[in-house]
Design a protein around this ligand. Structure first.
Ligand SMILES: Cc1cc2nc3c(=O)[nH]c(=O)nc-3n(C[C@H](O)[C@H](O)[C@H](O)COP(=O)(O)O)c2cc1C
Length: 310
């Protein structure tokens, strides 16, 4: 099989397949269903300073062509996460990404400084993009200056590993968010979180979700994200983890063609987790069929193509 080793954030990933934050929760069920070493990295669901019970049900609506979810950052809080959940991932033999979310600078600073000395993970992801919670007084989804301030605060206390910033596709203009975060020390970007969406029951006239708004994920969104990643790649040379609408090995090649370094799988990791085990083998076949011995050969080809397009 073609060698799928991928370099990003100055480290090796056994493959570019990343499980994205959220749909697979804290990974214990996924680890019972699949061999976690088949993915290059697992991202934990976002953790906040205090425990959160999440939003009131109904919180999920199947849209046929995608899903609307409004979980509301349900999580056990950073201290329980560090003591009870994170150590389980030692067995998984894959890179680990820890995701944090907060509603004020102080909580971002507090969580990142305690994580600074915690072992058992490789990359810190800052969720500056959750669509399913009320923002604090200052909102990193709408205010690029504040997004940069959050990154600077986190980088101030967290120095031991790289920090990737997860942006909302609705943070506009994307270019300004990328620049502010990079200038403040972001080591990479996870692009993007889900879009806001809503669905209504025509018989009752009421929204399906208790909170009305949800995070909409669908393969139909892939072209929108591909375009935005292509634009982001003109702005930053930092590693990009693509996120949105992925379900196949072909998606990995397409996202890499648009400028991504790693490619994450969200919804699919919850609804068809066994697919994750097939994707690396299929990716190897796609590379071989195109005459590449390794993923890094394909990426070298992409780098040459990009240069010749300039
Ligand atoms: C049920 C659910 C929960 C999610 N929870 C989080 C989360 O806690 N933190 C986060 O950064 N993104 C969260 N996301 C967003 C995903 O990580 C991902 O960015 C998004 O679903 C798009 O990827 P996909 O099309 O592959 O699902 C969640 C998505 C879903 C569907």
């Amino acid at each position: 099989m073609a060698d799928l080793m991928t370099m990003a954030f100055g480290m090796e990933f056994s493959s570019p397949v990343v499980v994205s934050s959220g749909p697979a929760g804290f990974g214990s069920e996924l680890a019972e269903m699949i061999d976690m070493s088949c993915v290059g990295a697992f991202t934990f669901k976002s953790v906040t300073r205090e425990e959160r019970k999440g939003n009131q049900p109904p919180r999920i609506v199947d849209c046929g062509y995608g899903m609307l979810a409004s979980i509301g950052l349900q999580n056990p809080g950073i201290e329980n996460f560090i003591s009870d959940i994170l150590p389980q991932s030692r067995e998984w033999n894959t890179r680990i990404i820890v995701s944090i979310a907060a509603f004020n600078l102080e909580d971002f600073g507090y969580m990142s400084s305690i994580l600074n000395t915690v072992e058992d993970f490789d990359v810190l992801e800052l969720n500056l993009s959750c669509p399913n919670v009320e923002a604090g007084k200052e909102d990193p989804v709408t205010d690029p200056e504040y997004a940069g301030t959050v990154v600077a605060r986190v980088k101030d206390g967290f120095k031991t590993r790289p920090v990737t910033v997860k942006l909302s596709p609705e943070s506009s203009p994307t270019e300004l968010f990328l620049k502010k975060c990079e200038d403040s020390g972001a080591d990479g970007f996870t692009l993007f979180n889900a879009f806001h969406g809503a669905r209504f029951d025509v018989d009752t006239g009421k929204p399906f979700l208790k909170r009305v708004d949800g995070a909409y994920t669908s393969p139909a969104l892939k072209p929108l994200i591909l375009r935005k990643i292509h634009l982001a790649r003109q702005i930053t040379s930092k590693p990009i983890i693509a996120s949105g609408g992925t379900s196949t090995a072909e998606d990995i090649l397409e996202y890499m063609s648009s400028g991504a370094d790693l490619v994450s799988f969200g919804l699919i990791s919850a609804i068809e987790p066994e697919l994750l085990m097939d994707i690396p083998g299929h990716l190897g076949q796609l590379l071989k069929a195109r005459g590449y011995e390794s993923l890094s050969d394909y990426r070298s080809f992409l780098a040459e193509t990009t240069k010749s397009n300039l």
